[in-house]
Write a protein that binds this ligand. Structure first.
Ligand code: ACO
Length: 322
């Protein structure tokens, strides 16, 4: 018995923010942001709409697309760096409540932009061990609430949103989550952080990033990580239908995609529309392919991500939805 990705869905908040909107409040320009990142727009959640609201909407649609009811779900996992609450309750518990579930295990995974890869690894382990049969995984972020809107080097990069998938069983390895690799190195923790202290509440609590240093580590790490997982599984770029990387920066995606010999048509891009939505970015991009009618049962996807921690990982996933 293998774990398989049975459905994909996303929820995009309604408030679209353009680069021109940032020109009004910051010393920045549409040209700089597009040239350095590829980003043109991003979406922000509304006041009163939190990470669990976005996650629950994406989760409900993923459950429906898997042909299930919320009560069929055995476990809910949420990947987020922008939880509703610091510490407790978990965003996963709040999502469960919003899906009408009152007796369902639920917990959060903190791996920043690598969140979706960590979710896949965890769900695969639970399903293939036989502990749970149907796991709902959700990457959900309201990063706008932790951005410093006076810091032009970070606030223009991120967006809000959620993406979700149902992971269940298959007996066909060619329909399975073939392999997932995750890793991390806390020695780089200060490169990307939200320094919220649970012991004192006077610290500056917004997201901080040493983007240039992360950029250099990102390209090298992602190329090596994907090369390793493909070699280990005897997969070449020609076997792959889509390369769906974490959407942080168009230049990183293009550099990594070229070094891995993926063709333009294989590389999925959504960073231009959504910005960096951290744990939600891979499932949001995957859902765009699905909703365009181009993601077919049996298609092989290569996923990769790097983020705060630092954390990183990659996955080989056959789509087993309809
Ligand atoms: N508008 C105009 N100028 C800007 C802006 C802006 N929005 N932001 C920075 N600048 C300026 C800087 O101040 C700097 O000016 P200086 O030369 O006078 O000092 C100049 O532009 C160059 O800055 P760099 O940081 O060197 O620019 P770079 O080309 O590296 O691009 C970026 C910055 C987009 C952040 C890039 O480094 C990047 O994408 N890094 C990786 C991000 C990433 O992948 N993160 C991991 C996942 S995120 C997560 O886990 C939460």
């Amino acid at each position: 018995m293998y774990a398989a990705l049975k459905s994909i869905a996303s929820y995009i908040p309604t408030k679209c923010v353009s680069n021109h909107d940032f020109e009004k409040i910051l010393d920045t320009s549409d040209e700089w942001i597009i040239e350095r990142t590829g980003i043109s727009t991003r979406y922000f959640a509304l006041d009163g709409e939190d990470t669990s609201d976005l996650g629950a909407k994406a989760g409900a649609l993923a459950i429906e697309r898997a042909g299930l009811k919320p009560s069929d779900i055995d476990l809910i996992l949420v990947g987020t760096l922008s939880p509703d609450f610091l510490g407790m309750p978990s965003t996963a518990c709040l999502v469960a409540r919003k899906l009408g579930l009152s007796n369902c295990p639920a917990f959060d995974i903190t791996a920043a932009c690598t969140g979706f890869i960590y979710l896949l690894a965890t769900a695969k382990a639970f399903v293939e061990s036989g502990i749970y049969k149907k796991v709902l995984i959700i990457g959900a972020e309201k990063i706008s609430k932790i951005l410093d809107f006076s810091d032009r080097s970070t606030c223009v990069l991120f967006g809000d949103g959620a993406g979700a998938a149902v992971i269940s069983t298959t007996d066909d390895p060619k329909k399975s989550i073939l392999d997932v690799h995750i890793s991390g190195d806390g020695n780089f923790s200060s490169l990307l952080q939200t320094p919220i202290s649970s012991l004192k509440n006077d610290a500056k609590q917004c997201l901080q990033m040493r983007g240039n240093e992360v950029f250099k580590i990102a390209v090298k790490t992602l190329v090596t990580d994907v090369e390793n997982i493909m070699q280990k599984n005897n997969i070449t770029s020609k076997d792959v239908t889509y390369f769906i990387p974490h959407q942080a920066n168009l230049r990183i995606i293009k550099a990594v995609g070229e070094r891995l010999s993926f063709q333009k048509e294989q590389i999925i891009l959504s960073v231009q529309k959504y910005g960096n939505t951290s744990a939600a970015s891979i499932p949001m991009a995957m859902n765009d392919v699905y909703e365009s009618g181009k993601l077919k049962n049996g298609d092989l996807m290569v996923l990769d991500a790097i983020g705060g921690g630092l954390t990183w990982g990659s996955a080989l996933v056959y789509f087993d939805g309809n």
